[in-house]
Design a protein around this ligand. Structure first.
Ligand code: CP
Ligand code: NVA
Length: 306
């Protein structure tokens, strides 16, 4: 198995097709116990936004590997008082083995990567959520035995999660459909990049018609209608996004064996109904668990301790 030793993962497109497949395979091996690597490495978590899953799954994964985690919450470190990223990155580079950053601007992640030699992982930015998509693909693999060729429809806001799904889908040769209100479509730059990265079989449809998008789909995926940092827009977005709610009616248009994914946290009654998230087609708890296995695989590979 090749390693990603020393690399940065700022977006899912930082992985090649083969590397993505290897990380997913390694994640499955770590989950099953077929592999259990050990290392005494130190992971830093620098999160400028709230997190439950990412914070805990990264922490538990590193503890299980035999390493340590340091929470660099901006409220208790100097970054919260304005110390420049350029300085913070160079200092953390001298202490840590690997650093996961959750932030707003993608350019901040690039600055961390430029000023630190240790691997920098994007733990969510406004542009992308690559760790999420690794776990999602592990879940799809578990449910369907493959990721390539699977038809997945994303419904709601064309946000960071949608972006990483599109780019990851391009690498895996998936048929991706995205249904959003017209002015909430994914960034056209992401669609362009996906077309450049794509392997054979990749298809992308962006539409404002949720029913047509879901027809025959094997995966329905949704996320909040207002992401972190957009809380003041949440109320006004509800009527705009209502037709994109993942509910029983929408699900009835999908493939009969379709699964439902949500990166969580969910707003029941908005982007997804209580009935669907608690229903038998929902795989959201497996998906959340897979965050830990996928990120453990990613760290092991970036640290070169496979
Ligand atoms: N899905 C996800 O990233 O969840 P958290 O915001 O809780 O980390
Ligand atoms: N799009 C959401 C994902 C949360 C995990 C956000 O950025 O808030």
């Amino acid at each position: 198995m090749t390693t990603l030793k020393g690399r940065d993962i700022l977006g899912i497109g930082d992985l090649s097709v083969a590397e993505m497949a290897e990380v997913l395979e390694l994640g499955a091996q770590l989950k099953s116990g077929e592999r259990s690597p050990h290392c005494k490495k130190v992971l830093g978590l620098l999160f400028y936004k709230a997190s439950t899953r990412t914070r805990v799954s990264f922490s538990v994964a590193m503890y299980q590997l035999g390493g340590q985690v340091i929470d660099l919450n901006p409220s208790v470190t100097q970054v919260g008082r304005g110390e420049p990223i350029t300085d913070t990155a160079r200092v953390l580079d001298r202490y840590l083995d690997i650093l996961a950053v959750r932030t707003f601007k993608q350019s901040d992640l690039e600055t961390f990567a430029n000023y630190a030699d240790i691997p920098i992982i994007n733990a969510l930015s406004d542009l992308e959520h690559p760790c999420q998509i690794l776990a999602d693909f592990m879940t799809i693999q578990e449910c369907f035995g493959q990721v390539s060729g699977i038809t997945a429809t994303y419904l709601g806001d064309g946000n960071n999660v949608a972006h990483s799904l599109i780019l990851g889908g391009a690498l895996m040769g998936m048929k991706i459909r995205v249904a959003t209100p017209k002015t909430y479509q994914p960034d056209p730059m992401i669609i362009e990049k996906a077309k450049q990265l794509a392997v054979e079989g990749f298809e992308i449809i962006v539409t404002d018609d949720p029913i047509a998008a879901v027809e025959g789909s094997q995966v329905l995926y949704t996320d909040v209608w207002a992401s972190m940092g957009q809380e003041d827009l949440a109320e006004s977005r509800i009527p705009i996004f209502e037709p994109y709610q993942v509910n029983d009616n929408l699900l009835s248009h999908a493939d009969k064996d379709a699964i439902v994914l949500h990166c969580l946290p969910a707003h029941r009654g908005e982007e997804i109904t209580d009935g669907v998230i608690e229903g038998k087609q929902s795989k959201v708890w497996d998906q959340a668990e897979n965050r830990m296995h996928a990120q453990k695989a990613l760290m092991v590979s970036l640290l070169g301790v496979v």
